[in-house]
Write a protein that binds this ligand. Sequence first.
Ligand code: NDP
Length: 295
Amino acid sequence: MSARILDGVPLADAIRAEVGAEVQRHRAGGRAPGLAVVIVGENPASQVYVRAKGKACEEAGMHSETVRLPEAVTEAELLATVERLNRDPRIDGFLVQLPLPKHINGERVLNAVDPAKDVDGFHPVNVGKLSIGDPTALKPATPFGVQQMLIRSGIETRGANAVILGRSNIVGKPMASLLIQQGEGGDATVTICHSKSRDLPGICRTADILIVAIGRPEFVTADMVRPGATVIDVGINRVDDPSQPKGYRIVGDVAYGPVSEVAGAITPVPGGVGRMTIAMLLQNTLQAFEQAGGR
Ligand code: NDP
């Protein structure tokens, strides 16, 4: 059997078009929503993400700002930037791109972001709101994107056994919070695994929906997947490949070829979950704008 491919490109394009239409409506009524991204230092992967976020924002008709700070910026200077953006009336949402340099306390910075503008959904207020099912929560973009993929691909989560590999604050834990809520894209029975879990292959084989976010190239093999299961691969890993012009290729946390012979549906890497993340960031910016009353 060959799995159905869950292509993130048309799904993300559809969300971006929906957001774009709403942005046009708001723009005609006064002002477009605005997103700012703060980037510290020269991390090449972060530079790529930040450029992509700015471009997507402009394509959706939003106001976009990128604040570039040097690697040597002090924590106090970064906190002052956060405060400025908290007060800036043109900015409805912003994020501080991770990772931050070692001399900066990332938790202090994330906690300084106004929860109403926290479009990454990492502030404890939004984490708490998500946990209690408050619809005004701004939800972390990657798991929110996975949930939208499941909904829009017609994959039933209600009553399903969902197994999540990885318990990070940005993917695994909020993914679990989303899937256990009542309602569309929720009502699943959720198991979270991590590096201390016993019998990982056995737990994975109980999954109707297996979501993998561990950062280990091609870790999940075909024997870990129940025939017909849906496999969502969040991983993005660079592996050396001299046959490629850049000397590397991007693979997920799932061995795509063999697993797609067993799974019922699978996301590709690239072109799967990664495409959804930016679309959901735009969606969050629109939500933040609307919740603030479009002021
Ligand atoms: P983290 O490194 O923060 O967390 C990894 C998690 O995986 C941890 O909970 C860790 O367990 C667990 N883990 C690691 N190795 C194993 C193992 N051998 N067996 C079981 N569990 C294991 O990663 P992130 O959540 O930030 O990212 C995960 C992946 O998703 C990465 O490849 C990242 O690049 C990608 N990613 C993709 C995004 C997208 O837009 N598509 C966005 C964000 C991330 P423990 O807690 O015990 O250490």
